[in-house]
Design a protein around this ligand. Structure first.
Ligand code: SOE
Length: 400
């Protein structure tokens, strides 16, 4: 421990981030804030950020609090002051950067979905396993696991409060693609994003269903659709979910929506809907879990709340009741505000940073692992295969 101003400060953990758009900003906020909220065994230092455009990456470094800016991610990975590489780029570069960072001796956090294909995700798992033997850790960024109400839902299910699970019903609805003139950004191009609503939103809800159930999907039956088949090509700047389009149009090569049913290994049935075409729904991730003893329900647009129904209570008074998940004994809440003082979307990234820092300090495997990311990728691949066969039930390859 270093001594500073008479206080003991934990050793530094140098973080290097690749990418600085929407997810880069969200992760930056997590790294900037986490050490000021939680007592951590290591002190995250925002050492360097990488992006191709020298002017833009310098501006991003200044805005988000990174000490240095690099225009080549390889230079970032090679820096001695970076021990952890955080990948916030489109999916087409995840595998290359993650494998290079692991081979360079770094810990890795990679945004979801882990990769654009099962083959890439498998290569990442192989690299992560080799790195694990050298003491390095790798985690995939499914941040919604770190929403306190969802972490608490997992705890209730793991404690048996719902008994055997029967149904998981999840939808993730957004509407930023309703306008047919919304431009053809990277999220609408298969070579960059891998898939559309499926990989962007479906990956989250597949991960959540498996996380909450503590189980895996063993087969799916799916339908997918691309409603708007051509869009204006991007003309000028594109950042996060905003961009300006020109007059020339190009083909949309990913899905606008994916709906599918699934079967978990326990026999529970699950339904999923992922779309960026649900007019009026901004970021509506909704789920309900029904078990033999009761049910849980959650809506991301009211993310401090969890609804719980206990089926063993007398019928006359039973019913869903609202738990406000802001008590100190709820997950992650001990570092924040007094009860009732709500948290938001960005806090999930602070919690993600906390869990990873603690895992690195203690040498324990962080969750979700790259293997968990690969399992999600296999489900996404099975969904695409099933949709191509017009909803034929398609088994998911499951790791032993
Ligand atoms: C866009 O649909 C997006 O930013 C996703 O890519 C994120 O993973 C999700 O958290 C919010 O919406």
């Amino acid at each position: 421990m270093e001594q500073r101003d008479g206080r003991t400060t934990p050793p530094a953990l140098g973080v290097g981030m690749v990418g600085y758009a929407f997810m880069g900003a969200a992760h930056s906020q997590g790294w900037r804030t986490v050490g000021h909220v939680f007592d951590l065994p290591l002190r995250p230092v925002l050492a360097a950020i990488a992006g191709r455009d020298a002017h833009a990456v310098r501006a991003a470094a200044d805005k988000h609090g990174w000490a240095a800016a690099e225009t080549d991610w390889r230079a970032l990975v090679a820096r001695d002051d970076v021990q952890l590489v955080d990948i916030c780029t489109p999916g087409d570069s995840h595998a290359e950067i993650a494998i290079a960072a692991l081979e360079a001796g770094k810990h890795v956090l990679c945004e979801k979905p882990l990769a654009n294909s099962v083959a890439e995700a498998e290569a990442m798992v192989t690299a992560a396993e080799a790195a694990r033997a050298r003491g390095q850790l790798a985690m995939v960024g499914f941040n919604y696991r770190r929403v306190p109400a969802l972490a608490y839902a997992r705890r209730l299910i793991a404690d048996g409060r719902l008994g055997t699970l029967r149904h998981i019903r999840v939808s993730y609805l957004q509407d930023w693609l309703v306008d047919p003139d919304f431009p053809l950004t990277w999220r609408l191009q298969r070579e960059h994003a891998g898939s559309g609503a499926l990989g962007d939103l479906g990956a989250h809800i597949v991960d959540l269903a498996q996380y909450l159930a503590g189980d895996v999907l063993v087969g799916v039956s799916a339908q997918m659709e691309t409603f708007v088949k051509e869009r204006p090509r991007v003309d000028g700047a594109s950042a996060g979910l905003t961009a300006s389009g020109g007059t020339r149009r190009g083909p949309v090569t990913v899905d606008d929506a994916a709906v599918f049913t699934g079967r978990l290994s326990s026999g529970a049935l699950a339904t999923f809907e992922a779309t960026r075409m649900a007019s009026g729904r901004k970021n509506a991730l909704r789920l309900e879990v029904n078990g033999e003893f009761g049910s849980l329900a959650f809506d991301l647009e009211r993310l401090n709340e969890l609804s719980f129904h206990d089926h063993r209570e007398p019928a006359a008074t039973a019913g869903f009741r609202r738990i406000v998940v802001t008590e100190a004994e709820h997950p992650y809440l001990e570092g924040w505000w007094p009860p009732g003082h709500a948290l938001g979307y960005e806090h999930s990234f602070v919690h993600q940073a906390r869990d990873l820092v603690e895992a690195i300090a203690s040498g324990t495997d962080p969750m979700p692992s790259f293997a968990d990311g690969l399992q999600v990728q296999r489900v996404l691949a099975a969904v695409e295969e099933s949709a191509q066969k017009n909803a034929v039930y398609t088994p998911v390859q499951v790791a032993e």
